[in-house]
Design a protein around this ligand. Sequence first.
Ligand SMILES: [Zn+2]
Length: 1007
Amino acid sequence: MHQQQHAVKVRLDRFVKERLEPARERASAPVRVAAWAVPGEPVPFSEAVGQSYAPVEEGYAWGRAWGTVWFKVSGAVPADWTAEPGEVELAIDPGFIGEGAGFQVEALVFDGSGRTLKAIEPKNDYVRLGLKPGESFELYVEAAANPDVFTSGVRFAPTPLGRWETAPDTPIYRLGRIAVVQRDATVWELVQDVATVRGLALELPEGSPRRAELFAALDAMVDAVHPHDVHGTAVAGRKALRRVLSSPAARSAHQVYAVGHAHIDSAWLWPVRETVRKCARTFSNVLELMDADPDLVFACSSAQQFAWIKESYPELFERIRARVAEGRFVPVGGMWVESDTNMPGAEAMARQFVEGKRFFLEEFGIDTREVWLPDSFGYTGALPQIARAAGAGYFLTQKLSWNEVNKYPHHTFDWEGIDGTRIFAHFPPVDTYNSQLTPKELAHTERNFADKGRASMSLVPFGFGDGGGGPTREMMAAARRAADLEGSPTVRIAPPIEFFEAAEEELPSRPVWSGELYLENHRGTYASQARTKRGNRRSEALLHEAELWAATAAVRTGAEYPYELLRRSWRTVLLNQFHDILPGSSIGWVYDQTAKEYARIEADLEPVIAGAVAALGSGGAVEGEGFVNSGPYEVDGVPAFSVGAKQVNDVVTVERDSGSTVIANGAVRVVFDADGLITSLVDGATGRETVPPGERAGLLQAFTDTPRNYDAWDVDVEYRRSGRDLEAADEVKVVEEGKERAALRTVRSFGESTITQVFSVEAGRAAVDIETTVDWHERQTMLKFAFPVDVHTASARSEIQFGHIERPTHTNTSWDEARFETCAHRWVHVGEAGRGLGVANDATYGHDVTRHPRSGGGTFSVVRQTLLKSPLFPDPEADQGEHVFRTSLVPGGVAEAVRAGYRLNLPLRAVAAGAVEPLVAVGNPAVVVETVKLAEDGSGDVVVRLYEAHGARTEAVLDLGFTAGAVAETDLLEREVETAAVTASDAGSVSLALRPFQIATLRITRA
Ligand SMILES: [Zn+2]
């Protein structure tokens, strides 16, 4: 039987390739083509249309990498054709190289008025003309010479293609055929029939009767279609397949909710400006296919992408708006972009939803209820609470199917965050977000679905992403054929919400996954492109400061609040948190751009901060006598959120003793050896030593970092075998010896690089601060900064958004072992009862924490920061040049680590002497005010977002530095919700009771 079926398959495949596929076209006729090459960056239609175009022929070499050429195509439908308007199309091959969609030439077709008609992509290369024989046309085709940065197939060789300046300027494409064609719709349908029947047959068990009858039907189809007259006999071929295609699905068949989609990375192997065009192309396709096929429903997840279209293609946007109103073009997800979720800070993660959902509400009146993140590199344990607080109840990703070691046990489940909030979660078992709805993918969905028996449905996103053009008519044909088909899951095309509601109802009691959804892959993304990471962290801090001081000035002095500037700055930060930008996996062009944008944010926001503080009247003329504290904790005697003078009753001392240097104040005592490494760090409050016997802290280590795949994305555990300790110092020297501050400087050389570190202790601070300046010229080398800590513990705590997460440091299970590199925000802490050490940072995300046998018994822990990674692909210049990192070592518990994280990221600013009382104050250190701002709606209400930071139930009073009217608890979008944290309030204070890691947003009107 197998041999017989194999023979049918071989016969069929040749017949399809040589007879059926060519016969999809009945006739073709030539056209006239003329070209104009854009001299630099892309221009709009209005500018292109008036240029002078020169005639070109097939084979014309065009397009330097990233260049654009406009083609003017004119012609007529031959008068002697007998063709219906629906059969007449223009076929365009701008010079495709293979079928790879999204990583090569793409084009967009405009009519003479500048209206976009449809895109041209490798597997979607036509535009319907809708003309009768004898009628003529003139169209414009904007062709983008996007290079294949992967250079044919997914490979990771360093490439000059990632920047305009370094890419070769010779043409990379040759114009292919452009012709008017007449389609044979019957043959096309027959090709789709065959694809379904053949694909399904191959997925069924060898001995199954259904498989046998499908092969028999295919054999009969080849018999029925005459090879010399395919056009005349295709109807008979379709008839031969009709019976097997009309046999209904089994009652127990898996149910697929198919959602049209296009995963368009907001930047990646192309710059942001190209993504704007990729969106215009894909959305034009979607609208065109919606006109032709009433069943298509398309989900688009990023408000940013709609906003780009609104700005650059207003006519297209209005047509999208009409389809949104019909419920066919569906905004989904509700974030500004599909961001990374490991690294964005607490407020930024909230703002992803605030900006995204606000856009959808304002433009479309739609309140999205899903979180749509198919591709981000792991999901923070803070996300369930943030999503719920933004009004979302559902979460989708498929990225965790990329896990290298462990398979998540469920596809449909409840995901529980660090605070206990749960959200319905779904991993599409199809394991792709670019499905073509092939029988193979549908069969995989059914087989792979982990929750069958209790649940019966899953979601399948279908459509080519990244400039492949989204759903195609072939995919729609596949969906229709699999709608109710014996041997196949059933397929219905639906918006995501229909799936979520049905799946939730079907499985009311769900298994639970608690904590973060760690991706056992792409662990290098916490470190690659360190400058962009710093830019992100710094910009988040500047936005916090600008909002705090602008709100304080607005309340106290009536100063204008810069709504528009803040919004624009936020949107830039949010865009750059996209899951290939902040993680460091984009080409160099993208990072040249982020550098400029972060500099712009700084240039815009510094004057806002300075202006607001000045408006608050920090009078007096002596610069440096007053200090602005933008953080939620007192620093050096300056209260939280206030301006005032430092008040420190402490001194720093320096002692030298046979090669070692001791720097101490009343709170810490640190000993450096002759190499400038820390041999002792004693907590002054408890007298406890934090450095394990025989160990040295503050050790820089270099590792060879040549991952198996995906250089910028991945760090493989093998890196640990290559470590080299940078112990020898070129210089170890006390460079400051004041009563207020003492500092020791070390200089170390490594390869072509130099690392200068300043270890300092300031009066009154229970911390050793370290500023590391790296002049880096190494490639594929990872730089870590290591701190052995004398605590015996099985876990470490890492700050994430609005709280922290506890992760095992042992490797008991394969899950623990695979979590060998982790992400933290401002601090990592290891401790045992009553002692511990926090390692805080101002720009670092990647860490690893391990445990080791301790001389004298027990174990100690090693906390390491991952400072640099310096991969070669996709940006060969990644991480080259100068970097500055600040680290702080803080003896004590989680409370001290939380405080240090804020101090390091919101350092005091010196200003003229003066005093500003805080707008809000909390006495309980466990309750942290993350954000103070004015309400988004322009009402002037004060919005305060706070959370419980220590992981314990607590009560607190928020004292107000202004007279309050009403106090309401709201969601992230500042819409009133049921009270969950506020227990009482009056004109001057708000009483709160919070559970561990609870977030509360308060909206306070001014009396
Ligand atoms: Zn992606």
